[in-house]
Design a protein around this ligand. Sequence first.
Ligand SMILES: NC(=O)c1ccc[n+]([C@@H]2O[C@H](COP(=O)([O-])OP(=O)(O)OC[C@H]3O[C@@H](n4cnc5c(N)ncnc54)[C@H](OP(=O)(O)O)[C@@H]3O)[C@@H](O)[C@H]2O)c1
Length: 305
Amino acid sequence: MPVKNQPPRVLVTGASGKIGGAVAAALDGTHGEVIAVRASRRRGTVEKWEQQGMAAVFLDLDDPETFPAALDGIDRVFLSAGYTSAMNEQGKTLVDAAEDAGVNFIVHLGVFGNGRSTDPHFAWHELVERYIKGSSLAWANVHPHVFMENLLTVNRLQNGAFVWAAGDKRVGWVAADDIAAVIAKVLAEGPKVHASHDYFLSTDLLNATEIAAILSSALDREIPAVVITPQELRNLVDAGQVTVPAQYDAAYAASALNWLQQTYDGRMDYSAVVTSTVTDLLSREPIHLAQWAQSHRSELLDQLA
Ligand SMILES: NC(=O)c1ccc[n+]([C@@H]2O[C@H](COP(=O)([O-])OP(=O)(O)OC[C@H]3O[C@@H](n4cnc5c(N)ncnc54)[C@H](OP(=O)(O)O)[C@@H]3O)[C@@H](O)[C@H]2O)c1
């Protein structure tokens, strides 16, 4: 499928969110190599972006009738879902509409799976990726491990401690800015360079004790690690002592617990690796947790207030 526009226009879904917002900003930073077209399901957000001089469109991933107008004149798509099981039908219907609209490249934000994942939200991402591969679109998938930014949301400090519900196993962590920089490069360079590539992102392999030590050093405070089992977390959720993150629907929340269980019992051991993707693609060191914690020091300190 030929490029329609020069420079190519890139539809960025989730542009009001963490990764999508950083991707759109990074695309703006290409200074015209590509044009970021921010998408939101909130008309007020679209108007705000337009008033700021940005290209923006209304798109509700739950309403395929909004897709043709949003995809009109679009060459490349960044597909980011939220934390809900709706990502299945959202991904399927958006891919269909992207084919119909003559889009020539789609970059999907997935997870650090192995193609045989049984954890539900890993399986949903893999379903969407198989659907994309079965379409006529050129594609690339980006597979990040755990976002360091979870330390500001679902893994906030609790009573001054870092609480981790997957036992002592190490897992991979990666900074959102690195994920976004990789995605923006892939989108900007396009399918000739990146078609049919799967990019896995994992910077630091850490267990709870190691994370707590890094946070202690960055914050100049003793941050203890509190390590519990997935079942103990489940019990706390059932007793109403831990609330499910607001951005998760019930299916995603159950899946997050499943991921903790699979990490705890060893089924995720295959994913306990670091990757060189950031260095390979961006020719620089990735952001390590110690550096990330320094950059987010005040937000982390606020959690101790
Ligand atoms: N956290 C992790 O450790 C991790 C690791 C690997 C992969 N992931 C994956 O990363 C994805 C989430 O990325 P994120 O953290 O950047 O998400 P996020 O910050 O929660 O942002 C989600 C974005 O999606 C938008 N959105 C949600 N529902 C929509 C709809 N129906 N129509 C249009 N837009 C909609 C939101 O818009 P509004 O502003 O309107 O709500 C927001 O812009 C998930 O697929 C998750 O599985 C996460």
